[in-house]
Design a protein around this ligand. Structure first.
Ligand code: ZN
Length: 500
């Protein structure tokens, strides 16, 4: 047993700071309260001078992004997808391990103890790649839902009109790029689920992840539905993240993405859609009715210029929304304190002088804790400090320039804390970070290896980078033309410039 003694505890559910001890047996919290004591042989963790909060939960990220972070700016999502082969192709399993591990370390050091990770590799993840990412999470000590992101169609064909714009030599090059075969991807996902779902004492869960509906065939989607039914796993896909995706769904299927997925039988309580920026009111209602969930990634939506997601409307309809950083290629860090701040700030700009419709600190906090726990399929286990829950705890140094003077603690967590005060972190009752240092892996060695891997993969993919740069102006033109089309909702902050 372990007694976390003398801290001021923020339980999440009750919303007040209180002097309390936390008694942990194994991986779970036994009791919380001011007079909770431990048996004589119990270990003690001195939490005096600290506030104890539940570990934050990152409901949407991509392990493969961490090696390449900061390599792009002023990119749309489609610019980022265009650079996919320049960023994520030709990696060894060891490099995939390093990319996942360094992101997991960043999350721990900023108070995040669980993540829903849709990791990608090009042309497709391999069994060794899945193992590398799972092992990285196990080694660093986080809880994770690992979802190998797969697509059986090529991005360049998913952008309306792109191929027709390309000069013949470029078009021939792009048409030679083949997606991974459908059956192989389904087999990879199934084998990953069989091997890793429930690993490390349940700390690792697996999920199916058709990465973007516009890059997945119906056959493939049906295969994913079968995996969900057969293994009881989650299903995670990017959903109407950009207007280009929303418009191409109308052109290809004659319906919105949500309608398409509904018809494919994908929606349900296991379903998690990433972003949902371009959902219509009907889409949101349909999501709510089927129990489907959304991850909100405000920093990514802003950096990629995707638009402002209709989170208030989702709340109003009763859709569960969890908060995510998204991968480090679209928001450049994995800091959930920053994600909460962005969620609250951007949640105020759409409704001038209607503060009752704004997203405040309480909602931002819930999206990063209790609601994100639901998105990960761990609603009863994490997201709060309460008897019976897993002991995923973060000790913040109370005497800090960000938290002093302490007035309203919830507001301080969302608007003032940066993650710099994270002192000690427990996952499942095990101390994995102590006084700011990760105990589970050698951070210095990891940073050095990741630096080397980043430089090597960059050099290895130089030709892919050159190709992406040649394609970039055509991608821009095709996207500008697609987004000039009328659509039932507008999620941009500014008008769309019409094509000349
Ligand atoms: Zn994403």
């Amino acid at each position: 047993m372990l007694l976390v003694r003398g801290g001021r505890v923020f339980r999440s559910i009750h919303g007040q700071l209180e002097e309390a001890n936390i008694l942990i047996e194994g991986e779970r919290i036994m009791d919380v309260g001011p007079n909770v004591a431990a048996p004589a042989d119990a270990q003690e963790l001195d939490a005096r001078g600290h506030v104890v909060i539940p570990g934050l939960i990152n409901a949407h990220t991509h392990a493969n992004n961490n090696l390449t972070k900061t390599m792009g700016d002023n990119w749309t999502l489609e610019d980022l997808r265009n650079h996919g082969p320049a960023l994520y192709a030709n990696r060894t399993a060891e490099e995939q391990y390093l990319s996942a591990a360094i992101g997991a370390v960043e999350m721990l050091k900023t108070g995040c103890t669980a993540s829903y990770d849709q990791f990608a590799a090009l042309p497709a993840p391999s069994a060794e790649g899945v193992e590398a990412v799972v092992r990285a999470y196990i080694d660093v000590g986080l809880r994770a839902v690992v979802a190998p992101a797969v697509a059986d169609e090529v991005f360049y064909r998913a952008v309306p009109g792109l191929l027709d714009l390309l000069p013949p030599d470029l078009r021939a090059t792009v048409e030679r790029i083949n997606a991974a075969p459908t059956e192989g991807l389904l087999r990879l996902t199934e084998e990953a689920i069989r091997r890793w779902d429930g690993a490390a004492g349940g700390r690792i869960r697996l999920a199916a992840a058709p990465v973007i509906p516009g890059e997945c065939s119906d056959t493939f989607m049906q295969g994913c539905v079968r995996l969900v039914r057969e293994f009881g796993v989650g299903l995670h896909t990017h959903l109407a993240e950009t207007k280009v995706q929303a418009v191409s769904s109308l052109r290809r299927w004659g319906k919105t993405l949500v309608e398409h997925l509904y018809d494919q039988g994908l929606l349900g309580p296991h379903f998690v859609g990433g972003h949902g920026v371009w959902l219509t009111d009907d889409d949101i209602r349909r999501m709510a009715d089927s129990g489907a969930m959304i991850t909100h990634n405000p920093a990514s939506n802003l950096k990629l210029g995707s638009g402002i997601a209709p989170i208030r409307e989702m709340f109003d309809q009763g859709v569960t929304v969890g908060l995510g950083s998204d991968g480090s290629m679209s928001s450049d860090n994995q800091n959930m304190f920053e994600a909460m701040r962005f969620a609250a700030l951007v949640g105020k700009v759409r409704f001038p002088h209607q503060p009752e419709r704004w997203i405040g600190a309480q909602a931002a906090w819930e999206m990063a804790t209790t609601r994100a726990a639901r998105v990960l399929g761990m609603a009863d286990d994490i997201g709060a400090i309460a008897p019976g829950r897993k002991a995923d705890l973060v000790l913040l140094r109370a005497n800090s320039v960000f938290l002093r003077p302490m007035n309203n603690f919830l507001n301080a967590l969302v608007y003032a804390e940066t993650g710099a005060d994270v002192d000690t972190v427990l996952v499942g009752g095990r101390v994995v970070l102590e006084h700011g240092r990760v105990l589970t892996v050698n951070e210095d060695a990891l940073f050095a290896q990741a630096q080397e891997a980043a430089e090597q993969t960059r050099a290895r993919n130089a030709a892919n980078w050159a190709l992406a740069e040649r394609l970039a102006p055509y991608v821009t033109r095709a996207c500008q033309s697609a987004v000039a089309t009328a659509y039932p909702v507008n999620r941009y902050a500014g008008p769309i410039r019409s094509q000349s």
